[in-house]
Design a protein around this ligand. Structure first.
Ligand code: C2E
Ligand code: MG
Ligand code: MG
Ligand code: MG
Length: 270
């Protein structure tokens, strides 16, 4: 599909109910408990089938289309979270990815506040994932993040380590969670340098009293490495791929079993 076809088709995708959110569990690595989920958008194109976000999110981000799509994602994720709560599921933190253009739209904080109010979502159960490219302009982002934090929402720094932000910018901003990029987690058991980077990010996070999440855990060896180095939480195909909402609950029990079978069991971990 060409870029202009994607732009053209994206314009009718919201009205055509072609988007869906999948959810990937975030796991407390010491216990195997699910502490949250990340919402990840999927586009069911009427003629081309499932289209991955990597194919259309950057294009939506380059146009204003990301604004209504991002709003839909946030409203939908909050609605789902409240529905799970009302159905008696244990409370889990709902993480939603943000795009730069979305965050910098004039009434962004008000729109988040409105969605929280409309859906009845507890702000402390919402985590917004930002990326390093958004942190380049500290004077611009700081008041926005402060207002979000003031609402009770948590801020998570996605894909940490592959962007251009400096530790100085990081220090200035109210970040609650760091997510170690998959690129480092991938090789942490086979590459000495990746191992050193992962250990150092975990130590940095803990020194700064920020929670640390590893993304893209695919193997038992990676899990054990991360448990040994006291990484707080993790997500990845080893536990579960992103799944449609109806399949999420069945992953819960399975994940504790995976931690017991593949990792350091809770009774032996620190
Ligand atoms: P991300 O936020 O870093 O999300 C993690 C991506 O890694 C997801 O890809 C997820 O399916 C994938 N992943 C998770 N575990 C593993 C693993 O063990 N191995 C491998 N190889 N991959 C794993 P997905 O769903 O295709 O999303 C790609 C990116 O698209 C996201 O990266 C995020 O930047 C963006 N995105 C997705 N949904 C949204 C959204 O609603 N809004 C915005 N602004 N961006 C979104
Ligand atoms: Mg993310
Ligand atoms: Mg990520
Ligand atoms: Mg990523």
């Amino acid at each position: 599909m060409t870029k202009s076809q994607i732009i053209h088709d994206l314009k009718s995708a919201l009205d055509g109910h072609q988007f869906q959110l999948y959810y990937q569990p975030k796991v407390h690595l010491a216990s195997g408990h699910i502490t949250g989920v990340e919402a990840l958008i999927r586009w069911h194109h009427p003629t081309r089938g499932l289209i991955a976000p990597a194919e259309f999110i950057p294009i939506a981000e380059a146009t204003d289309l990301i604004v209504p799509i991002g709003e839909w994602v946030l409203r939908h994720a909050c609605t789902q979270s409240v529905a799970w709560r009302d159905a008696g599921l244990p409370p889990t933190i709902m993480a939603v990815n943000l795009a730069v253009r979305q965050l910098y739209q004039p009434r962004f904080v008000e729109s988040v506040e409105g969605i929280l109010r409309e859906t009845g979502m507890d702000p402390t159960q919402l985590e917004l994932e930002i990326t390093e490219d958004m942190m380049m302009d500290v004077p611009r982002i700081l008041p926005i993040l402060k207002s979000l934090t003031h609402l009770g929402v948590r801020i998570s720094l996605d894909d940490f380590g592959i962007g251009y932000s400096s530790l100085l910018n990081f220090k200035e901003l109210p970040i609650d969670v760091i997510k170690i990029d998959r690129a480092f987690v991938n090789n942490c058991v086979v590459d000495r340098k990746d191992a050193a980077i992962v250990r150092t990010i975990i130590a940095l996070a803990h020194e700064l009293q920020v929670e640390v999440v590893a993304e893209g855990i695919e193997s038992k060896d990676q899990l054990i490495f991360l448990q040994q180095h006291l990484c707080d939480r993790g997500q990845g195909y080893l536990f579960s791929k992103p799944v449609p909402p109806k399949d999420l609950v069945s992953t819960f029990g399975q994940i504790e079993e995976i931690i017991h079978r593949e990792g350091i069991p809770p009774e032996l971990s620190h």
